[in-house]
Design a protein. Sequence first.
Length: 298
Amino acid sequence: MSVTTASFTYHEVEPISCQDPTADKPGTIVNRIIVERTPIGVPPSFAPIAIPDDVADLVNENVLPLEGEPWPGGGTWHQLCRFRGATYETLPGGALSVTLNWSTRYIVDPVTGSANQLPVVMEYGTRARSTTIYRSGYTVNPPAALNVSATDIGGASLKSSDEGSTVDVTTSNVRLRVVQDASVVPVKTAASTLSNYQGKLNSATFCDFAAYSLLCVGVSVNPLEGEFYEVVMEFLWDQWYHHEQVATIAADGRPSRTSAGELAEVKWKRMARSTTDFNNLFAGDARLKLRAENGWWV
């Protein structure tokens, strides 16, 4: 079907190509139109279309969409696509071939069928931190909810216990990546809200990590295409709830000792930090939480 404006006539050329969105890639639509200038005079004369000179006229006469205009067709995620730009190729006789590019980050939830969903991904990487211990076979484990253990940790003092022994404690880097739409949640809103998690421990189980074991170590907001941006929340999980073994210091500033010269008291200690419920990141969206925990396709 051809459409004629004041200065141009255009028609769409088949086929239209589509690529479904995934957790990492946007959904795309590519279509092509052929544009000719409306003939003038008798016999008709076809003036060639000049690029880039005539682009403004093509936009003004609605032959070409404006950047960010929605996809005019139907579909599921397709109708949430927006125009991302065009490429032009002049043809013999003065006509113009225009390739139009459309994309969106919205995906279709395979369970609910809703297309108003945005990707969320969890990433994990195991590592270790080195720390010094003064007792082996301790009988009191690192306390999850306390910054300092209530009692001595028990166990046997190590030889040369002043120096202790270096061991590795298992930790994991945990990263939550969530795509956001700036037309729904402005970037400044996301940045100011999410930065409040920085430096805090989780007060409740989050993605199967026990309370107080996760520390938020970073928040970043990165632009994607068009109106989309990605929020990256970085966490550090610690097997010992971020604790260290610390000898109790006597009044003289030296480690308190028994009559046998061993360290009299060793406790678990960590930096005092505020806590918050990291599950609030999902804002009560059960499907978003489930996709983060089990995979976006669930």
